[in-house]
Every structure is written in structure tokens, then in C-alpha cells.
Design a binder for this molecule. Structure first.
Ligand code: GLA
Length: 380
């Protein structure tokens, strides 16, 4: 649904001629730095073109009235938020109101109609996008002026404490702070970031396996626990504190499984820094090699890939003009991200579609994206 459709829907549901506002926030794809955010490490995601849009208007009451165009469903709740809804999409917005009110801010309600085109459950962070868009709407119409970094932290808190998913900070960070034409190098320990220009001769291609494994939540939590076990055994606050060289000297202290998990995290942190340097040097071959290395580390040491993702990476390796490819996001399905030369994109899409279908029986969805802007609010 385009913006005009969204506005018409709003006018039909909430009659009147008040000025409307639009809050929107993007999904993300992670170029490199997987499962490092909750280890206080480095990540390098970028905001994608797919977004959530919320057309809204403050209603000077304590009611929040919502309509989701994706689900064709309404939900209303009274402030302050007391409970979760059975409608998961509404919980992201309920959670945001709750976090903001728990932080002591005085907020009023709104009427809102929302629509998103981020594929849901594909590892492209549609949940972070709705949290960021909702938070920016609440911030704007209540004139709270919450600084951007605190917004990121509130959105993550919403996911952790209200929605109940123990994610790191990467997704909300880039959905809020992303910049057109740039990836974002984030230091997840001190929450600083650097925008890294992506050469316009490069194209970011996302290929969606369409696989949604229900393993994902339990395995994600297991990985977090395994990393904490490594911290205890190596007597460090986080794996971020170890360079690959120091880790090499200490890794004999770990059991096989824990050693593999920690090996991934320690090397992945270094790879993120090396990719950032490679982009600074316009050395795309190096950046691409590191992406492949990241994939095989996630597959073999961190054990969060799946056959369909591996097949995609294998296909990408054989296509001319592809610098690198890897699984992106938490894993166990979802998408790969590929760094492709402008001239190679059409061939990439063709070959990926046909070869993946041959090997798995299904066509993948493919999205060509450019690094996009983070969350914004405008008057319509
Ligand atoms: C999910 C989480 C992120 C991050 C990735 C893995 O997307 O939401 O915080 O941990 O997995 O890198």
C-alpha cells in the first residue's frame, strides 16, 4: 500500500481534517558482524529500502487507536498500558508506550494507521522498524525530545522486556540511525558509530530462502549462554575483550563447543573492523572474502546456518561479479546478503533464481536495495 492509500484509509477510519503526520522506519540487513552485538562487539548493518509507515494524529485522550493494513485488524488500548495484546503487531506499539511511560514521560494517545513492506519473519528486522517508527511518533507528538541514542535503547528495551525477545541492540540502532548511501559501523560496547560510505558501483542484494525455523529463539538464547560460559572460563567481561591472538593462547581452557562459539565471535569482531577498513580502501575483493569467511564461521563454528542458506552462498560463489555473500541476521533460515558489482546484478538475480530452484525446488525472493535513511517523522 502506498502513502496515499494509507492516508485515505486514515481519513476513512478517523474522520476530520486534522494535519496528519508520517513516522517511518526501515528494516535492516547486516553486512557483517553476526552474533557479536550481545557480546559487546562490532556490527556493520545498513538500513534497507523496505519500511514501516505509520500515519498518525495525536487525539488528546488516553486512548491509542490503531489499524494495521497488513493484518486488516484494529486494536485500541488505554494509557497507561497494562497488558499485552493477542495481536503481536500491536504489542510493539504497546511496548513502546509502556517503556516511555515507565521512564517517567507524560504521553497522550493517538490515532494511527500502519503498513509495512518488510517481509515478516525473514530476519530483516520488521519488529525493530515498527518499534522505532512507533517511538518516533510518540516522541514527536508529545514533544519529548528523547535523544536518538536513548530512543535506540528504549526500542531495544521494548523488544527485551515487553515483547519478550532477548535481542541485542543492532537492529534498533540501525533502524534509527541509518543514513542514505552508508552502512553503519557500530561499537556495541560504548554505543558509538561511524557511517561508512558504500561505493555507488556496488549493489546490495538480499535473497530470501523463505525458511522460518522455529529453532531460532531457543538456539539464539543457547548461543548467548554459551558465550557467557566462555566469558566465565576465560575470565573476561565479554569476548570483545579478546583479540584473535590473545584468544589463541587461552582457548585450550574451553570445551569443544564453547571454543567453537567463542572462535566465531572473536574472529567476527576482527572481520568487521577489517571490512570497514576494506571499504575505506575501496578494496571490495577483500570485503567480499571476509563476508564469505563470516558465513563459514557461522555455519561451522557458531552453527546457526541451514542447508538453504549454504546453498545460496555456494551459488553466489560461482557467479561473476559477486564479491561476497553470507547469511545475515540470527540464522536458521531468513536471508543472505551479497555484495555485487553493478554490472553483475542482472546475471546474479537470474542465476540465483534458477540455480536455487533447481537445488531446493523453490524460487527465492530477491530484493535489490540501496543503503537508506533511518527513522523519520514528517508532517503531511
Ligand atoms: C537478531 C538480533 C540481533 C543480533 C542478530 C545476530 O537479528 O535481533 O540483535 O543479535 O540476531 O547478529
Amino acid at each position: 500500500m502506498n502513502l496515499n492509500g494509507l492516508i485515505q484509509k486514515f481519513r476513512a477510519l478517523f474522520p476530520g481534517d486534522k494535519t496528519l503526520l508520517l513516522s517511518s522506519a526501515p528494516g535492516r540487513v547486516n553486512l557483517i558482524g553476526e552474533h557479536t552485538d550481545y557480546n559487546n562487539g562490532f556490527v556493520m548493518p545498513l538500513a534497507i529500502e523496505h519500511r514501516i509507515q505509520i500515519v498518525f494524529c495525536p487525539n488528546a485522550s488516553n486512548m491509542v487507536n490503531l489499524y494495521s493494513c497488513n493484518y486488516d485488524e484494529y486494536d485500541s488500548f488505554i494509557l497507561p498500558v497494562k497488558e499485552k495484546s493477542e495481536k503481536q503487531w500491536s504489542n510493539y506499539i504497546r511496548g513502546i508506550y509502556k517503556m516511555v511511560q515507565d521512564d517517567g514521560y507524560d504521553v497522550a494517545g493517538m490515532d494511527a494507521v500502519l503498513h509495512g513492506n518488510i517481509p515478516i519473519g525473514s530476519g530483516l528486522s520488521s519488529s525493530a522498524a515498527i518499534e522505532v517508527a512507533a517511538l518516533m511518533a510518540v516522541d514527536y507528538h508529545n514533544e519529548l525530545n528523547i535523544d536518538p541514542l536513548s530512543q535506540v535503547e528504549l526500542a531495544q528495551k521494548c523488544e527485551n522486556q515487553f515483547v519478550g525477545v532477548d535481542c541485542g541492540i543492532m537492529d534498533q540502532f540501525v533502524s534509527r540511525m541509518g543514513r542514505t548511501g552508508c552502512a553503519l559501523l557500530i561499537d556495541c560496547r560504548n554505543l558509538t558509530c561511524r557511517h561508512i560510505g558504500i561505493d555507488p558501483g556496488l549493489v546490495i542484494v538480499i535473497a530470501n530462502t523463505g525458511i522460518k525455523h522455529n529453532l531460532i529463539d531457543s538456539e539464539y538464547n543457547t548461543r548467548r549462554q554459551e558465550c557467557q560460559a566462555a566469558n566465565r572460563l576465560l575470565k573476561v567481561a565479554s569476548l570483545r575483550d579478546l583479540s584473535p591472538e590473545t584468544f589463541d593462547k587461552k582457548k585450550h581452557l574451553l570445551s569443544d563447543t564453547i571454543r567453537k562459539r567463542a572462535t566465531h565471535v572473536v574472529n567476527e569482531n576482527q572481520r568487521v573492523l577489517d571490512v570497514a577498513q576494506a571499504f575505506d580502501d575501496s578494496d571490495f575483493i577483500k570485503a567480499g572474502q571476509l563476508m564469505y569467511e563470516s558465513h563459514y564461521s557461522l555455519k561451522d563454528d557458531y552453527a546457526v546456518s541451514c542447508p538453504e542458506l549454504d546453498i545460496m552462498v555456494e551459488i553466489a560463489t560461482s557467479i561473476r561479479g559477486v564479491y561476497g555473500c553470507r547469511m545475515t541476521g540470527a540464522g536458521f533460515g531468513g536471508c543472505t546478503v551479497s555484495l555485487v558489482d553493478n554490472d553483475g546484478v542482472i546475471a546474479f538475480c537470474e542465476i540465483m533464481k534458477v540455480s536455487y530452484k533447481e537445488k531446493t525446488g523453490d524460487f527465492p525472493d530477491i530484493y535489490i536495495t540501496t543503503p537508506s535513511a533511518g527513522g523519520t517523522v514528517i508532517e503531511l
